[in-house]
Design a protein around this ligand. Structure first.
Ligand code: ATP
Ligand code: MG
Length: 239
């Protein structure tokens, strides 16, 4: 496959924090329009990997290419939506003002209503962010990542604290966006969400243990449940 078909190309990335290898040589490729799930326990390196994709983490080794540009590259960021694990919103502004801000820094002015409707917050657009519930704040943060209709969407545990019904609706939406060409990288611990991804990468101790569809990973581990596949593949790589 030609390189331009990949939205993300990570090659041999190493990132250390002191003696700790947060990323110990990670390589992966994500196709355009693919929903790629990054699955792994706390401290596995998911956030560090996502941060390396936007240039917030500078790897000691390896290379990161996003939308065919070698990172870090500020111009690429206008085409990337990044929902951080900790909601990065202005607490004293309203929901709508936050959306306007994130739209403006990415050079767009429309799309605010649509983004807020996706996350079910249009009727709360006048609320001050600090007065929202935790799940609503997460949803607002997701709307901010979507508002400029990015080509690549990086979602770091986007559905934590979101109620089950909306979680389902959000996943429907992610899949629809992918069908329309948006590439989505989503990190999660939730195995039922993993089933909604086109492909998964299992990550632990800064290493990619295995990659594939749910069915491929289950077959490789010889088990029927994704949880069991994860455990088996973790044990196999530790041995
Ligand atoms: N800025 C930093 N300084 C020092 N250590 C860091 C820093 N950022 C991450 N780490 C360490 O790197 C490792 C990977 O962290 P990371 O946040 O990438 O994990 P994660 O997979 O996102 O975990 P979680 O599921 O808890 O969000 C952890 O051991 C963490 O303590
Ligand atoms: Mg994290």
């Amino acid at each position: 496959m030609a390189s331009e078909d990949f939205a993300v190309e990570v090659d041999g990335v190493v990132k250390r924090f002191g003696s700790l290898h947060a990323l110990a040589g990670v390589s992966l490729r994500i196709r355009q329009g693919e929903v790629y799930g990054l699955l792994g326990p706390n401290g596995a390196g998911k956030t560090t990997l996502i941060r390396s994709l936007v240039g917030l983490v500078k790897p000691e080794e390896g290379s990161v290419t996003v939308l065919n540009r070698r990172m870090p590259n500020l111009d690429v960021l206008a085409h990337v939506g990044y929902m951080t694990q900790q909601a990065a919103l202005y607490p004293d502004l309203t929901v709508e003002e936050n959306l306007r801000f994130f739209a403006a820094i990415n050079g767009v002015h429309g799309g605010i209503r649509e983004a807020l409707e996706v996350v079910g917050l249009w009727d709360r657009r006048g609320s001050i962010v600090s007065s929202l519930s935790g799940g609503m704040r997460t949803r607002c943060s997701l709307a901010c990542a979507l508002v400029h209709k990015p080509e690549l969407l990086l979602l770091d545990e986007p559905t934590v604290g979101v109620d089950p019904l909306l979680r389902m609706q959000l996943w429907d939406r992610f899949q629809k966006m992918a069908r329309e060409g948006t590439t989505i990288l989503v990190s999660s611990h939730v195995m039922d969400e993993a089933e909604r991804c086109d492909r998964l990468g299992l990550i632990r101790f800064g290493r990619l243990l295995a990659e594939g569809t749910v069915a491929q990973l289950q077959a490789r581990a010889g088990v029927n449940r994704l949880e069991d596949a994860f455990l088996k593949l973790s044990e196999a790589s530790a041995a």
